[in-house]
Ligand binder design. Structure first.
Ligand code: ATP
Ligand code: MG
Length: 157
């Protein structure tokens, strides 16, 4: 279904509301006021919610978390940036496998499923996901999705 992505992002940030606003320096940055993408709303919600929840979980209170939305003619790009504990380089290849957790998060509870779900949501949208992370400095997840997939074009008729 067509989703207006700017307000969608605002709603997700709102749903995490008090945590992001009161305990972090949250900012939502966008290059557009209006961007229509043919996304599965539930999947897109899981995708952003998991990435933002990780940013919160793996960053100290008071640090900066940003959600950066960039729309162009054919794609929508979400960046979720934090200044948290970061991801050890040797773990990055296992990042999207279920039940895998890095050894620097042993004290923080979690199942290791969030990013496996995220990856699945990205794949179902025929998108890409990448990560840039420096342990002790922070992490940036970059998700790029087509505004319209072949499948969503067919559904539309
Ligand atoms: P849950 O299933 O509750 O989400 P989880 O957060 O441990 O548990 P994932 O979201 O799949 O699982 O993340 C997998 C692992 O990747 C984490 O355990 C952590 O080691 C690492 N990780 C993910 N996001 C971040 C982040 N923003 N900063 C640092 N490490 C991260
Ligand atoms: Mg998680």
């Amino acid at each position: 279904t067509p989703i207006e992505v700017v307000s969608f992002c605002q709603e997700i940030a709102e749903s995490l509301g008090s945590i992001l606003k009161e305990q972090y320096e949250f900012s939502f940055i966008t290059n557009t006021r209006n961007c229509i993408a043919y996304l599965d709303e539930q999947l897109a919600w899981h995708l952003l919610n998991n990435l933002l929840s990780n940013a919160v979980k793996y960053s100290p209170q008071g640090s900066v978390i940003s959600l950066i939305l960039t729309c162009d003619e054919n794609t929508v790009c979400f960046q979720i940036k934090d200044q948290g504990i970061g991801i050890p380089l040797e773990f990055q290849e296992k990042l999207f496998e279920p039940f895998q957790r890095a050894n620097n998060v042993a004290k923080i509870p979690g199942t290791g499923l969030g990013l496996a779900i995220v990856k699945r949501c990205v794949d179902l949208h025929q998108g890409t996901i990448s990560v840039e992370s420096i342990p002790g400095q922070g992490t940036n997840f970059v998700v790029t999705l087509p505004l319209r997939t072949i499948t969503s074009m067919n559904e539309d008729k």
